[in-house]
Design a protein around this ligand. Sequence first.
Ligand code: SAJ
Length: 425
Amino acid sequence: MSFETISVIGLGYIGLPTAAMFASRKKKVIGVDVNQHVVDTINQGKIHIVEPDLDMIVHVAVTEGYLKAVMSPEPADAFLIAVPTPFKACNEGGIPEPDLRYIESAAKAIALVLKKGDLVILESTSPVGATEQMADWLAKARADLSFPQHAGEDADINVAHCPERVLPGHVVRELVENDRVIGGMSQRCSERSVELYKTFVQGDCVITNARTAEMAKLTENSCRDVQIAFANELSIICDKLDIDVWELISLANRHPRINILQPGPGVGGHCIAVDPWFIVSKTPEQAQLIHTARKVNDAKPEWVINKVKLAIADFLQANPSKTASEVRITCFGLAFKPNIDDLRESPSLAIAQKIAKMHASVVNFVEPNISELSSAISKNAQLVELDEATNNTDIAVLLVDHSEFKSVKAFSLGTVIVDTKGIWK
Ligand code: SAJ
């Protein structure tokens, strides 16, 4: 049976591009989101997130009638769940547990409209066992239908985990080109999922089971987290030993089997700093290295703040006529990585805010990808243009390697630079 109507639950950074890709292949797509503003924006043919090329695809999909957004699920042949899986708050130093409440409410909402033959795919990054848990929620809500955990290949409803793996900023291309891991709860679940994704995916769709698919996604992001932690630890060691870490890494990377990542102010975003905890919380005894990497990366912002404190002390020593409140500080970059406007879970933003909080006068923030600071961010801080900032600062704190910053040639004499990305060294 082919998929005439496809529903995507959660129209965020993954759900909306995925919905748009199906719609661009002339499938009827019903996007579902609990946020009225998101639904209205999409139905006007616009988007509420920043992602290159997505605005155009959504505009065409909506105006041609292939994509519409609604607030509660309607019947469809396939449902893709792309809702957030944050972790629950925990005490400092504790191990955060994943919070599956959005998956649970999505499952309960689609259960109402499920019919025999439908396919349900969990795309949200999830701890091992979440797909089985979701299938149990569905089964509880619909005793009249059979599910793969009980009926296997003969189930009325097929269920799979197919994790998204696209890089923000390159989502449209990566959705089409990346390989997909397809973790069905039965062989038939996997085969039906492959059939669905082949609507637009040009990469390979590789079949496995749901638990392995869940772990594959967590493994990818944990691997990156561990590698970044290695680079961050190196940067701290090199600082102590008075060695330029960026030169060191570029030398080591000349070895044919070495590829060290880049240090920075910490690890941000909603994936790499989150997903490893899903492994650690499930297997705390076994996941020693992954846990340590998380701690190393989470500790980096505090290390940067200490560097800024030392820079202020150095500046005051060199300028004894000045008081602390006269020191002009500028933080360059607030986003969680270069050339995007996304400030969520950004170590750079956290550092900049902490500096503003501890400083006795207003701190300048430069972030070329946003036009204003929200009131929550602007406490003791103001957004300034790059040119204005470089000429009027005593302490320059480089937090993100945005392209605009790479062309900065020089600061006034005496400016103390704290460069977390190695572009102004
Ligand atoms: N970072 C460094 N040094 C580096 C590379 C990155 O400090 O050498 C930092 C970045 O500045 C940022 C954080 O790590 O703060 C994460 O950035 P990222 O570009 O590594 O990854 P994300 O979070 O944008 O996207 C990741 C991707 N996963 C992998 O590359 C394994 C993407 O493919 C996933 O789909 C995405 O997580 C996700 O949604 O899980």
